[in-house]
Design a protein around this ligand. Structure first.
Ligand code: 4AD
Ligand code: MG
Length: 445
């Protein structure tokens, strides 16, 4: 019995005896030779059981073990370029095999399954190769987010999940009962971030976010993870400068660390390699012009209709998709109409119908991955906006206080982790980017 090692590290143990603990992923029966593909969470390795080298009952176990049975095996590591696996290139000649549990017939087999079936078995599906690759990349994205912010003077300041009032739009709130009161699950930590910048300058919060979105799109979850940086004395332009560095760093971290996982996902990385600062910036006005020009160029009237947009409307997913296809990098769209954005956004000087907002649209049709703005910092104006949208002033009294005690121009944005994962991994739907997705029609497992 050698030391317990991780499959990811097998190369370091060439020629040595090791022990691996894991699950049977697949098996090829060649009579006297049994090729077991074993996963341990860090990788998949080919482990070879040779009849002559094993006690009869161990070889018999190797020959009959069902998929996903748990096991502990020991043997010697040898280099073999042809050995399949992840990372592959090394195999283990089994000297000892101990079965921990013989698995029942596993519901997820190599044959094709429908998405609903797989979603119902998400608790098992996470073991599958593609899901394994996606969720490992997700973890790296989260780590890159934290590393970049921590290294650039942003302080992590946690914001509450249980909130007394809406943070974005009142139509998408999950209500909970809070003893004798009503409360809501957080849609954003932003308003609290705005309090925290006066204490710490540059901050971020990072946590689960809840939106009772009735939309059944490939980009919406009801529970998702959002990182929200907020910066005192930042203009919209300062923020775009920061965002492009931040996003580029995240993408480059994944490219560096996850060649294997991106390979499993068959992700063409040419677009990702181009993700370096600076990113192009266009105004909402220009975006509308581009879309209507594109619409006019369509030969298919249905397509033309889909792309046409009247000034003042928010972009739908076909608009964002078409726009991003015109650029090789993520593109900033700034100065949206105030009417389609949140109450706290600073109006553009001399043109109050548009606001100092910016969305970052990811290329290859992925669309919005961040949304942010300069915030109104004038006490009178923010009072007016709060009154206009008809929210209960007393719930926001603390927020309004911020404009009374040392108010400063400031800006911030939110990055949706799952949309970022979908884009970087090249996934058509957001449901595979989070371990246990919550959607309009999905609350199990
Ligand atoms: O644009 P949003 O709604 O912005 C805010 O919530 C601001 N308070 C953030 C801020 O300025 N601090 O959301 C930000 C991002 C979106 O760009 C998107 O990536 C993601 O959060 N997002 C969702 N992701 C998955 N499912 C949903 N239902 C999402 N809604 C927003
Ligand atoms: Mg948005």
């Amino acid at each position: 019995m050698g030391n317990v090692v991780q499959i990811a590290d097998l190369a370091k143990f060439e020629g040595q005896d090791v022990t691996v603990r894991g699950w049977l992923y697949n098996r090829t029966d060649k009579g006297k030779l049994q090729f077991l593909l074993v996963r341990d969470g860090t990788g998949i390795a080919q482990c070879v059981a040779f009849q002559k080298e094993l006690p009869a009952e161990m070889f018999e176990a190797a020959r009959t073990l069902p998929q996903e049975s748990s096991l502990i095996l020991s043997g010697s590591v040898r280099a073999d370029k042809r050995a399949p696996g992840y990372p592959g290139g090394y195999e283990i000649g089994i000297k000892e095999l101990k079965v921990v549990q013989v698995a029942e017939a596993y519901p997820i087999t190599p044959k094709e399954h429908g998405v609903e079936f797989l979603m119902d078995h998400r608790h098992l599906w996470v073991r599958s190769l593609r899901q394994w690759a996606i969720l490992r990349i997700r973890a790296t994205i989260i780590r890159a987010v934290r590393n970049w912010l921590d290294d650039h003077g942003y302080l992590l300041v946690d914001t509450p999940i249980i909130s007394p009032a809406a943070g974005e739009s009142t139509s998408e709130l999950f209500e909970i009962s809070y003893f004798d009161d009503k409360a809501y699950l957080a849609q954003t930590g932003q308003l609290y971030n705005e309090a925290n910048i006066a204490a710490f300058g540059k901050v971020y919060c990072f946590g689960p976010t809840f939106r009772a979105e009735k939309s059944k799109t490939r980009r919406h979850l009801t529970e998702f993870w959002m990182v929200e940086p907020e910066m005192a004395f930042f203009s919209l332009e300062d923020m775009m400068d920061m965002e492009q560095e931040f996003i580029s760093y995240i993408v480059q971290c994944v490219l560096e660390k996850h060649k294997m996982e991106l390979g499993i996902l068959e992700r063409d990385t040419t677009h990702l390699q181009r993700v370096t600062a600076p990113f192009p910036r266009i105004s909402y006005d220009e975006a509308v012009e581009r879309l209507n020009k594109l619409s006019a160029e369509q030969t298919d009237p249905e397509q033309a209709q889909l792309l046409r947009i009247d000034w003042g409307n928010d972009f739908g997913s076909p608009h964002e998709t078409a726009l991003t296809q015109q650029f090789e990098k993520p593109v900033f769209v700034y100065h949206y109409p105030s009417a389609v954005k949140a109450f706290y956004m600073q109006p553009v000087e001399g043109r109050p119908e548009v606001c100092r907002s910016v969305d970052l649209l990811a290329p290859e049709g992925y669309g919005e991955i961040t949304g942010g703005s300069e915030r109104i910092y004038d006490a009178e104006l923010i009072e007016k906006r709060v009154a206009q949208i008809g929210i209960t002033r007393e719930n926001y009294a603390w927020y309004l206080d911020l404009r009374r005690y040392g108010s400063v121009p400031h800006a911030g944005f939110g990055l949706g982790v799952e949309r970022t994962v979908a884009w970087i991994c090249g996934l058509p739907h957001i449901r595979e980017t989070i371990p246990y997705p919550r959607m309009l029609k999905r609350l199990y497992p």
